[in-house]
Design a protein around this ligand. Structure first.
Ligand SMILES: Cc1cc2nc3c(=O)[nH]c(=O)nc-3n(C[C@H](O)[C@H](O)[C@H](O)COP(=O)(O)O)c2cc1C
Length: 344
């Protein structure tokens, strides 16, 4: 069943409109520097994330795994990440734990030398659900070994779960479960939203847990939208439509996490250009994540993924040149102008 669902997610994202109605990066401006006094060709994009060196502050956000077609997608994304020296996140590994024959749709990434690999498991699977036991620590360790992950992302997708007729909607005990995992594994953990963002209150809780965050904010791919197309009845369809644009915009989420003092912040959600990425870094993110724009190229081949990412990288460099930042540290110190609608 998960296998079918994972295949449908990719198909729907490729064929239908699954984007939030508004992309909030439009409401943010970097200030033009008419005399940047730097050489564009000397701009250095390298950075460190959880202590690992990346050639650019970019993470391929977790997309897929768990059905036969996913092997090719993950291979193309992973090879691109290794060739460009950027981070790579895998999609939810639950299918690979439950069905060993699907493991290779994830483990294919082990063939590539990627500077930072992020495993992925859902918070709903860490607590007891109506028909399911929570994953054990042994199974969590298996997810890490499956791809030799440097870090584990625990995804938060309760918006998606409410639109599914069989959604896992018990969210009690997730914080404790994450704390328990943190004590049992030697790798860092990231809490990763998947399109609904992070409020200041939740950012403070994450800071207390002393883990990283991928804000996965509103403004890009909407999982209420994805599930709207999978809905089996009018009730689920209506819920998908009603909550299509639910959440906290990605820029606001980054600001909340920065204000809370979280270290290792990834800004994912609606990043569609390298300029959006530059804005995310200037707001306080350490890296930016891209999912949807890489899906179509990943269906083709590694070159198509690299070509797309090279555009993001060049746009990031152009933005840095025009604000007069010769490295990522300098970019992070630049002033950002934001629309007052984003301050919440
Ligand atoms: C087809 C597809 C499948 C996804 N599956 C997962 C997943 O399994 N686990 C996860 O944490 N995020 C998943 N995501 C969410 C992305 O990592 C990201 O948070 C979200 O798509 C917002 O980024 P975007 O606007 O660049 O697409 C998926 C996204 C897409 C497009």
């Amino acid at each position: 069943m998960i296998e079918k669902r994972k295949n449908e997610h990719v198909k729907i994202c490729l064929e239908k409109n699954v984007q939030a109605s508004k992309n909030y990066w439009e409401n943010i401006y970097l200030i033009h520097n008419a005399l940047p006094e730097i050489d564009k060709n000397g701009i250095n994009l390298s950075t460190k994330f959880f202590g690992k060196k990346l050639n650019a502050p970019i993470i391929i956000a977790g997309i897929t795994g768990g059905f036969q077609g996913a092997k090719k997608i993950n291979r193309n994304l992973a090879e691109a990440a290794s060739m460009l020296g950027i981070g790579f996140g895998i999609g939810s590994q639950r299918a690979g734990i439950e069905n060993k024959s699907l493991e290779e749709t994830y483990s294919v990434v082990k063939k590539y030398d990627i500077p930072f690999v992020i495993g992925n498991i859902g918070a709903p699977q860490l607590v007891k659900q109506r028909k399911k036991k929570p994953l054990s620590i042994k199974e969590i360790k298996e997810t890490i070994d499956m791809i030799d992950a440097d870090c584990l992302a625990v995804h938060l997708n309760f918006l998606q779960e409410i639109v599914q007729s069989d959604g896992e909607v018990n969210a009690k005990g997730c914080i404790n479960a994450v704390e328990k995992i943190k004590k049992s594994i030697k790798k860092p953990i990231i809490l990763k939203e998947t399109g609904s963002g992070i409020s200041f209150e939740i950012a403070r809780k994450i800071k207390k847990m002393n883990i990283g965050v991928d804000v996965g904010g509103l403004g890009g791919t909407s999982f209420a939208a994805v599930e709207y197309y999978r809905a089996k009845n009018e009730m689920q369809r209506r819920i998908g439509k009603t909550f299509w644009d639910w959440g906290i915009p990605t820029p606001t989420s980054v600001l909340n996490c920065k204000k809370a003092g979280i270290k290792n912040i990834v800004a994912t959600g609606g990043i569609r250009t390298g300029l959006d990425g530059a804005k995310a870094l200037a707001l306080g993110a350490d890296c930016f994540g891209i999912a949807y724009p890489l899906l179509k190229p990943a269906m083709k081949n590694t070159k198509a993924v690299i070509d797309e990412l090279k555009i993001f990288i060049e746009e990031l460099k152009c933005a840095m040149f025009l604000v007069g930042a010769k490295n990522i540290m300098e970019l992070k110190e630049k002033t950002v102008i934001l629309d007052s609608s984003l301050e919440w």
